[in-house]
Design a protein around this ligand. Structure first.
Ligand code: EPZ
Length: 441
């Protein structure tokens, strides 16, 4: 049977997205990958610029659609943004105003837009922004953000899917408070650090998230004149200041992009060298890949992975940092489909992050799912197929499986990948993968 025609024929019948990836898999890869700046840091650093009366120059910003959307959102508030390759110049000298209603759909399309609420409240004393929706991986509530901001003196009303927030303290300035989050929330921790940086007095955040992106946020704020201590631990202290200045800042390397390509290297049993990578952000991922049978060579600027031909099955449970990251659950599951033995993959962070199971099974994987735990029985081969990616990291997982399967696979959902991976196909092509971005005419 001709895989190509069959995959294309099948895919036409179920095409739900116009853009797709075509991968001709089964090849071993070789060469170097340069890691880009971190999406989940760049987006919040862009929102932080709202706090500054000066100009923020960001370097190493990934050129992805989420960054483009965030730029449009900041522009809608009267900010001035100039971009030049991986550099963003942002200044909010011009009078900031509430986002225009016309941009509602932009806010709905980018969950990270909610990072703007803390800075807008700190700068303007009120915020009027669309409620962020849920997404394919979960309901994505914002209760931790709301409860904590209320302690800083914010009153909330909800009207036609909009959040109307007012600072009800004297002079409409946020006031520092002691806050203990009920659950680990990366977003809520970021929101409160930004809001508290211009509040009156001290804010202490307990049960804070410890992700490296939070450390990146604290670093830029302290360069702007803020006083943030303890980022990266579960207890963060912020002494509010009167105002924040501009600065230059380089975005940290993207640990999730790096983990995705490390897993792709392991999957294709390829020796790949990585530059602009921060191995200390990937300790748990590297540990699990070593348990699979991969070896690593470190130098001050590079990391090289040397996978075994036979990979051992390894169990993972996703956890807040420094545990195994939920954003690499899907790519790691793809890897386990061809490992030797049975692995258990437990997702504890998001309630609906297993869309890739059915699609991987279409490629010949043997995965059974109960609640949020997948049991993966390793198989010798995967078959090139036409599959559909439903979210950013699930689509990356399917592309990784396509790199392994002999023959031509069609992976729909390219628009998901373009949101979070800079030059996804180009980076893989440079190490020998036969992979193309395509558009159904
Ligand atoms: C950030 O999302 C990342 N996004 C996610 O990356 C990442 O998966 C997640 O952190 C966890 O590491 C960005 O940084 C733009 P959370 P965020 O608040 O901040 C519950 C990717 O693929 N929760 O830590 O939204 C929530 O339901 C994306 O790059 C509440 O209950 O994550 C979830 O179960 C996906 N109440 C858990 O906490 C709240 O108020 C983690 O959410 C907030 C969160």
């Amino acid at each position: 049977m001709n895989i190509k025609n069959n995959a294309l024929k099948n895919s036409r019948s179920v095409f739900i997205n116009k853009k797709y990836i075509e991968v001709n898999g089964g090849k071993s890869l070789e060469g170097k990958i340069k890691i880009s700046g971190a999406k989940n840091s760049a987006l919040v650093l862009m929102a932080t610029s709202i706090l500054s009366k000066g100009q923020i120059n960001l370097f190493n910003v990934p050129q992805i659609t989420d960054v483009a959307i965030m730029s449009k959102i900041l522009t809608s508030m009267g900010m001035n943004i100039k971009s030049n390759e991986d550099k963003l110049e942002i200044n909010s000298k011009s009078i900031l105003h509430q986002p225009q209603e016309v941009f509602t759909n932009l806010f709905h399309s980018l969950r990270a837009s909610f990072f703007c609420i803390g800075p807008i409240l700190a700068r303007l004393g009120s915020a009027n922004i669309p409620l962020p929706g849920g997404c394919s991986i979960g309901s994505r509530p914002i209760d931790e953000h709301i409860i904590a901001l209320e302690k800083l003196g914010v009153q909330f009303k909800f009207k036609n899917n909009y959040l109307i927030a007012e600072v009800i303290t004297p002079k409409k300035r946020l006031i520092g408070a002691l806050i203990k989050f009920n659950c680990k929330s990366v977003g809520a921790t970021k929101t409160l650090i930004m809001a508290a940086s211009l509040a009156k007095g001290r804010t202490i955040l307990k049960n804070s998230s410890q992700e490296p992106e939070i450390v990146d946020l604290a670093n830029i704020l302290n360069k702007m004149g803020a006083k943030v201590k303890g980022a990266g631990t579960e207890c963060i202290t912020i002494e509010g200041v009167e105002s924040l200045e501009g600065c230059d800042y380089r975005v940290m390397p993207d640990r999730i992009e790096a983990g995705t390509y490390l897993i792709a290297a392991a999957m294709t049993r390829s020796k790949i060298t990585f530059s602009s990578i921060e191995p200390k952000h990937l300790k748990e991922v590297i540990k699990k890949l070593e348990m699979c049978g991969c070896k690593f060579e470190y130098s001050d600027k590079f990391l090289k992975i040397i996978p075994n031909q036979i990979l051992n099955s390894v169990d993972i449970t996703t956890l807040p940092y420094p545990g195994f990251p939920t954003d690499l659950q899907a790519p790691f599951m793809a890897l386990m489909t061809t490992a030797n033995g049975v692995s258990t993959i437990k997702e504890t962070v998001f309630e609906n992050r297993m869309h890739h199971v059915k699609e991987l099974n279409k490629m010949g994987a043997q995965i059974s799912l109960k609640d949020n735990t997948a049991k993966v029985v390793g198989v010798k081969k995967l078959k090139a197929s036409s599959v559909i990616g439903f979210d950013l990291r699930g689509t990356a997982a399917l592309a990784i499986a396509g790199l392994y399967a002999n023959g031509k696979s069609i992976i729909q959902g390219l628009e998901h990948l373009e949101r979070g991976y800079e030059d996804f196909a180009l980076k893989l092509k440079k190490i020998g993968a036969e992979i193309k971005h395509k558009k159904q005419n």
